[in-house]
Design a protein around this ligand. Structure first.
Ligand SMILES: [Zn+2]
Length: 275
């Protein structure tokens, strides 16, 4: 399979990504979160335009779903008359295919599992994709999971984000040995900001988390980090997925390790919001 990351809203600070997910032979594609139609269309070749079978949203926010109508029209103008819009709820404009939790799709040789992860929005959906030929795996996480971070809890609680990230996602991505194989494609390029937060507030010392040191080095040297890290990496360095790490607990003020996981999640989110 192929994943093409398309930068959107970088000049205005949104640093969003749309993604073209294509089969190995590039005959079939999904276009994920094409919020800025002009920026997306100018990055697509005519073959890519012709391959798109569905527009797909990770959640209803305008910087992800706001381009559904105009992108469908632009694709039509280029000769692709697709009509399928897959999204977590009708809050995404013209959504006409709303997957249940754990609903599966196939796109050529790619199997896609929809994992609903309510919290950032109640309709947030992650798409876990596996190429049955090449064995490549990836997950499109929208604003639920970022590299080194997670989305704000606009429509949910810390308890829901813990459930979303650490239960709903993890139990559907195979055993722990497989986590190294699942590349993460989030909705925004927020990695450098997340790294700065983690170094300043959580892993203050180089000896605290070896794998985080590697993320920090990479993020400081590369503008684009999407698709460069795996679920196993996130498990190793993302504090929002390490709620029982004694260092994380100490840094949010729970040296005794007695707080509920949801409280640690809430405290982390608060600290990040105020950083
Ligand atoms: Zn959002």
């Amino acid at each position: 399979m192929h994943v093409k990351a398309i930068k959107m809203r970088w000049l205005t600070g949104g640093v969003n990504y749309s993604y073209l997910l294509s089969t190995q032979d590039k005959k079939k594609s999904w276009l994920i979160d094409p919020a800025e139609t002009l920026e997306v269309m100018r990055d697509l070749t005519s073959d890519e335009v012709g391959s798109i079978e569905a527009i797909v949203n990770t959640h209803h926010h305008y910087d992800h779903a706001g381009g559904n109508v105009t992108t469908l029209a632009a694709l039509k103008e280029k000769g692709n008359h697709l009509s399928r819009v897959i999204a977590g709820s009708q809050r995404s404009a013209i959504a006409n295919d709303i997957p249940d939790n754990l609903q599966e799709y196939t796109l050529g040789n790619i199997n896609i599992l929809c994992i609903r992860t309510p919290c950032h929005t109640q309709d947030s959906t992650c798409y876990y994709v596996r190429d049955t030929d090449t064995k490549e795996q990836a997950i499109f996480t929208g604003d639920t999971l970022f590299t080194g971070g997670c989305g704000r809890f606009f429509e949910g609680t810390g308890e829901e984000m813990d459930d979303a990230l650490n239960v709903r996602l993890m139990k559907n991505l195979g055993n722990s040995a497989n986590w190294e194989n699942v590349k993460v494609y989030p909705g925004h390029e927020y990695t450098l900001g997340n790294v700065k937060f983690i170094r300043e507030y959580i892993y203050l010392h180089k000896s605290d988390n070896e794998r985080f040191n590697k993320l920090e080095t990479f993020a400081k040297a590369n503008e684009v980090t999407t698709g460069q890290f795996t679920i196993a990496d996130e498990q190793a360095f993302n504090p929002f997925m390490r709620l029982d790490d004694p260092i994380v607990r100490r840094q949010v003020g729970d040296s005794q390790g007695s707080s509920a996981r949801s409280q640690i999640m809430d405290k982390l989110r608060q600290m990040k919001n105020n950083a």
